[in-house]
Design a protein around this ligand. Sequence first.
Ligand code: TRP
Ligand code: SF4
Length: 328
Amino acid sequence: MAEKKRIVSGMRPTGALHLGNYHGALLNWISMQDNHECFFFIADWHALTSNYEDPKNIPDFNRQMIVDWLSAGLSPEKSTLFVQSHIKEHAELYLILSMITPTPWLERNPTYKDQIDQLNTKDLSTFGFLGYPVLQAADIIIYKAQGVPVGIDQCAHIEITREIARRFNYLYGHVFPEPETILTEMAKILGTDRRKMSKSYDNAIYLSDSPEAITATALKMITDPQRARKSDPGNPDICNVFEFHKLYSPKERVANVREDCRAAKIGCVDCKKMMAANLVAALAPIREKNQYYRAHPKEVDDILAAGRETAGRVATQTMAEVRAAIHL
Ligand code: TRP
Ligand code: SF4
């Protein structure tokens, strides 16, 4: 049998995962588990780059994230699941890579400038924030990953990772493969306000939400903005509720909604209620597993300990090669 391709990816712990995270990344990771050797980690050091002033929630967020991962279907039998800060070798490699990374590569990184502009409530003029992609490069190449499944927003970072790996190999001899970007298609679903689904916009539906919370959030969703009254025909193709129907309702229902919306035979409130019922049913198994893992913290600890061991073994081996290559 051909060797499985090794992939690595991480997520910053931001608390409970929402459907944007689920459709945007997690489902893709879950589907890759059978055909790849997977390393998935919680990027808690990366969370510090922008939340260094208020780190007290990070432990809870880490816990929430691993519970959501396990509930959604990431499996410790198939994948190595771990916490970035447990593997100190990432930090050592980050330090070494920082020596060979030209600062202009970081300063011209488009996500760097964007974030500095967008998160203007925080002071991000730190060394750590500028060096974010160097830490990300260390996260990836320490496992000699061949691929990195990420969304389009991360492409620039993976490009910098490849440049850093190439530069290391050029200076010190070949140690690292250059990882490919495995582009994840972005979720089409939006938040209730039709902006990108995000915790900071308060417009999200969470994997661990109760049925009541899911229904309440669904009822808040903005629909076809042109449709003021039930007697106005609607346009499902521009309606976010309809995107959810396409993901969570049976085919016949989707077809009915499409026609009835255009013919003004169905009101938006009823339409949302039907969608919410299907969403609640679809998320029930995830919600149940969430409750299970929350009630069994020891089991979760053991999974993270096992991940720490596997990841640590690989990272230790790579660092031995790195230190030899740089004569330290
Ligand atoms: N920067 C990624 C994000 O914000 C998270 C991340 C950190 C990551 N290290 C990584 C993703 C390594 C892939 C590989 O989503
Ligand atoms: Fe959207 Fe449904 Fe309202 Fe049509 S009826 S606009 S699909 S919520």
